[in-house]
Design a protein around this ligand. Structure first.
Ligand code: ATP
Length: 467
């Protein structure tokens, strides 16, 4: 069992308030919490599931806007050969270093970064050992302040499994380290269905697993996480233009989503892997600093060439018009669902004052809010108010929007605070006047402003406000 040391890591760097809100309100719970936790895993609660669905829906919708986009759901388990061909078996590793005193494990590149020394995680074991040795005397263990570390070792990020391994001669089986490989190995299947031709894309959302040395920053670096990946297959002549256009499209996507543009930036990769033609990250300024949110890569023909070599299958595309036969080039966009949600929560979290009262509020973009409105009878012990609120307000809104909550717990002030914390844009209250004027009070999350709305206009009012 992985020893849990998550708590120390997530409470640093100003993340503790978000972590605590997520647990308190049922967005995210620590994995295996009643057994002391299982590092790098988290469980999604009721509101987390809803937020996640809104995030994946938004991504799917953005991908669907491309007429030549297809979708795939490939399996988590694949032949071990897939990961040999992709280079993950030999080269998908992080540099591990262990503190000789407290035995805590760290990524050597992160320790070097902490003293201002740049060391790319993709450097060879020899290269990173050399840089680490040159800086040994300056590096302190973040846990116990000791300066005595072991040698740096490249440690595979691939999680292994014994599924299907019945004979010793069976090859190693892995849990997928990324969803992209499932796309590459199905590219010919998709093409052969005859619905698409070059250029086209394959988009996929699914779980990925990585044996991260030091899972940290809450949802940012997990061992089990979800990716939203899109691979665009194109002719080498226009692949660079396609890369540029995906770059702008993905940045615009986050801005339109309502993320603070000042906290988003591009970061070009300084050291390209040997096969890449161009690569950059979209970074977000998390409370712990600027960090990768999404990777956009022009990968050349590397992936398909590798699979052609290892599988013996012809991965070339035959263009009927030009009579040209070639291996398509690939432009990839790849982002984690969990990281996107962490960004959304960090961007939305506020502590402010409404009138005299201090509050915590999640100013979530309305389209992403897990609950779009909460309906409350002013008093829960007045059957006429409860009956009206339930049948004339809650039921029709629930049928229309789905994401509607019933909230009659505590006084109105408490209900508002609770709904503010989960980011509900509107709170609707049925009071005694409602019984005679058929109007309700709609309270706006961001301004606290209260408006009387006729119940027959309620649906349209909400629709307009969230559109
Ligand atoms: P990092 O440098 O942060 O480890 P990476 O460059 O290895 O990330 P990719 O392999 O390009 O990441 O994965 C694509 C995306 O998947 C990342 O941009 C990120 O959003 C997400 N992702 C990668 N690893 C994790 C993880 N351990 N936990 C959560 N999300 C992850």
């Amino acid at each position: 069992m992985v020893k849990d040391n998550e708590k120390n890591k997530i409470t640093s760097n100003g993340m503790e308030k978000i972590v605590s809100l997520c647990k308190r309100r049922g967005f995210v719970f620590q994995g295996s919490e009643i057994y002391g936790g299982f590092a790098g895993t988290y469980d999604w609660g009721h509101l987390g599931v809803a937020l996640k669905r809104n995030v994946t829906d938004a991504w799917n919708k953005a991908m669907q806007n491309h007429h030549n986009m297809t979708f795939l759901d490939s399996s988590i388990f694949t032949s071990g050969k897939v990961w040999e061909a992709s280079g993950h078996v030999s080269g998908f590793s992080d540099p591990l270093v262990i503190c000789n005193k407290c035995k805590e494990k760290f990524r050597a590149d992160h320790l070097l970064e902490s003293i201002g020394v740049k060391a790319d995680e993709k450097l060879s074991e020899l290269e990173i050992n050399k840089i680490f040795d040159e800086n040994r005397t300056k590096i302190k263990c973040p846990k116990c302040d000791n300066k005595d570390f072991g040698k740096v070792r490249a440690t595979s990020l691939l999680a292994t499994s014994n599924l299907g391994m019945l004979e010793e001669t069976d090859g190693q089986v892995y849990l997928r380290g990324e969803t992209a490989q499932g796309i590459y190995i199905n590219y010919k299947n998709v093409l052969d269905t005859g619905f698409v031709s070059i250029p086209f894309g394959i988009a996929q959302i699914g779980k990925a697993f990585r044996n991260e040395i030091s899972p940290r920053q809450f949802l940012f670096r997990k061992r089990e996480f979800e990716q939203m990946e899109m691979q665009y297959f194109c002719h080498p002549n226009n692949a660079m233009d396609i890369y540029e256009s995906w770059k702008s499209e993905r940045m615009e996507y986050y801005k339109k989503m309502g993320i603070n543009p000042k906290k988003l930036r591009f970061k070009p990769h300084e050291n390209l892997v040997f096969y890449a033609k161009a690569a950059c990250d979209i970074e977000y300024e998390f409370p712990f600093g600027w960090s990768e949110l999404e990777g956009i890569h022009y990968r050349g023909d590397y992936d398909l060439t590798q699979h052609q070599k290892f599988s013996g299958r012809d991965m070339r595309f035959y263009d009927e018009e030009t009579k040209e036969k070639y291996i398509p080039h690939i432009v990839e966009t790849s982002v984690g669902v969990d990281r996107t949600i962490l960004m959304i929560l960090c961007d939305a979290y506020r502590e402010d004052k409404l009138g005299e009262a201090e509050r915590v509020v999640l100013k979530l973009p309305q389209k992403l809010a897990p609950v779009i409105c909460a309906v409350s009878p002013l008093l829960k012990n007045k059957p006429e108010l409860v009956e009206y609120a339930n049948t004339k307000v809650y039921a029709p809104l629930k049928a229309e929007f789905g994401r509607v909550a019933w909230d009659d717990n505590g006084n109105i002030g408490k209900r508002y605070r609770r709904q503010d914390e989960i980011g509900t844009p509107f709170c609707i209250v049925v009071d005694f006047d409602t019984l005679t004027d058929n109007s309700v009070t709609v309270r706006d999350r961001d301004t606290g402003e209260q408006t009387r709305i006729k119940i027959e206009e309620l649906k349209n009012y909400i629709k307009e406000r969230i559109s």
